[in-house]
Write a protein that binds this ligand. Structure first.
Ligand code: BGC
Length: 432
């Protein structure tokens, strides 16, 4: 039998072990077991202008939804309705090469950023979840660029709404909701005579422009609105109809209190909520304030279309534009986009926000009467061709023209320009 010769150091180790002695020579240090790499924390940074009570409550629904999925939320609020201040803050971030993950944005602003190549590509998720078939075409026009999904629409708002305090109207003897301009003025008169403020308003350009959306629709109808505020047709902008719209703006001014200057929109809503004023003309984000104050539609407050605009809807949609981000942030961004587009979430969120879902397949069961009406009006206007993009909220013309229109409307509202001059100034603003 052949003996296997063990090397001497192995033999000595065996002998030492058998004698219970420890080997003196230090063993080479074993590498520490590799720690499993910690999963990268998932987080999104979101820039938005939802800072009022109702808006914050709605945003909370989205935050919680994401946090449940392990995505933390870095909030970047920039106050200012209509989002002008938020857009300025955004420009600074992008210039510094540090864009947020997602940004609340309106219509033409989304397309502007897309054209600059700043937005990501959501096509894979959109295809997987079938967004093409569930998001109305009027919204897709702003959520897609060059065949790519670049933004996730969270809602549809509309601007041609009036919000009223029922007790104030009862006291003033306004027994029926006005359906034409003259009756609206009579109702405002009655409220004013009863001692309350007729129209709650905040003197900021975007708020005046919000009134203007409804006034132009009520005065000239849908085709005129489109010609003037979407197509920037000089004949329509310079017409007698447009002059009449400005005259009506001046009429409304008479029912505004003396402290209106620079008041935030939600404080104007609070005037109606608290019974200090009868009416507010404002987009349906105002309903979020009433609900947040525990007011009940039909009982405490009423919603109706700007008199003369029944059957018409001037819409805007809050979308979350998704910026190009590094691979480390993509997963969280995709989870955010998917959460926004989830039909159950769209119901829960819009019930609180005052808007209606950005998808056609969300049932109206959870919505109050104003929300149900909003959903029905939207669907009908879409079919009838009476759905128009809100000029005041970025869905009719790009920001440069919108801002030029704002200037004219605000100067006129503040008595610095006569209607005849405002009309000429609108033609000029559209040509710049
Ligand atoms: C947005 C709303 C927002 C409102 C007031 C609008 O432009 O679409 O979501 O509530 O501004 O801040």
């Amino acid at each position: 039998m052949k003996h296997t010769l063990l090397p001497v150091f192995v033999l000595s180790a065996i002998v030492l072990a058998a004698c219970g002695k420890k080997e003196e020579a230090p063993a080479p240090a074993a590498p520490a077991p590799a720690a499993a790499p910690a999963p990268a924390p998932k987080a999104v940074e979101v820039l938005h202008w939802w800072t009022s009570g109702g808006e914050a409550a709605a945003l909370g629904v989205l935050k919680q939804d994401l946090e449940k999925q392990g995505v933390s939320w870095n909030d970047m609020p920039v106050a200012g309705g209509g989002g002008e201040a938020a857009m300025t803050a955004l420009r600074a971030r992008v210039t510094a090469n540090n864009p947020p993950t997602a940004v609340q944005m309106l219509g033409f602003d989304i397309l502007d950023w897309a054209k600059q190549g700043a937005l990501g590509d959501l096509n894979e998720l959109a295809a997987k979840e079938g967004w093409d078939n569930t998001v109305p075409a009027a919204l897709q026009a702003f959520s897609k660029h060059d065949g790519k999904w670049i933004a996730a629409p969270v809602n549809v708002h509309s601007t041609n709404w009036v919000w009223a305090n029922k007790a104030v109207l009862d006291k003033a003897g306004v027994t029926e909701l006005p359906t034409n301009w003259d009756d609206f003025i009579k109702a405002l008169d009655k409220v004013q005579k009863s001692g309350a403020i007729g129209l709650a308003h905040g003197g900021q350009p975007w708020q005046e422009a919000t009134l203007f959306d409804g006034v132009v629709l009520a005065t000239g109808g849908v085709d005129f609105y489109k010609k003037a505020l979407v197509d920037k047709d000089p004949a329509a902008l310079g017409s007698d109809t447009m002059k009449q719209a400005f005259d009506r703006m001046a009429q409304l001014k008479k029912y505004v209190d003396k402290d209106f200057s620079n008041r935030d929109w939600n404080l104007a809503s609070a005037m109606v909520i608290e019974g200090k004023a009868g009416f507010q003309i404002m987009g349906d984000w105002a309903k979020g304030e009433f609900l947040n104050a525990k007011k009940v539609p039909g009982q405490d407050f009423l919603c109706f279309r700007v008199p003369g605009t029944q059957g018409m809807v001037s819409f805007n949609s809050d979308q979350f534009a998704m910026f190009k981000v590094g691979d480390d942030a993509k997963e969280a961004q995709t989870l955010l986009a998917s959460a926004i587009m989830n039909p159950t979430f769209q119901s829960a969120f819009n019930v609180v926000k005052g808007s209606v879902p950005a998808r056609t397949d969300v049932p109206d069961t959870a919505f109050d009467d104003c929300g149900k009406k909003g959903m029905k009006d939207l669907a009908e206007a879409n079919t009838a061709g009476t759905l128009v993009g809100s000029m005041a909220h970025g869905h009719a013309v790009p920001a440069s023209t919108k801002n030029a229109f704002y200037d004219v409307i605000t100067q006129h509202f503040n008595g610095k320009m006569k209607s005849a001059d405002a009309v000429k100034a609108m033609v000029k603003a559209a040509a710049e």
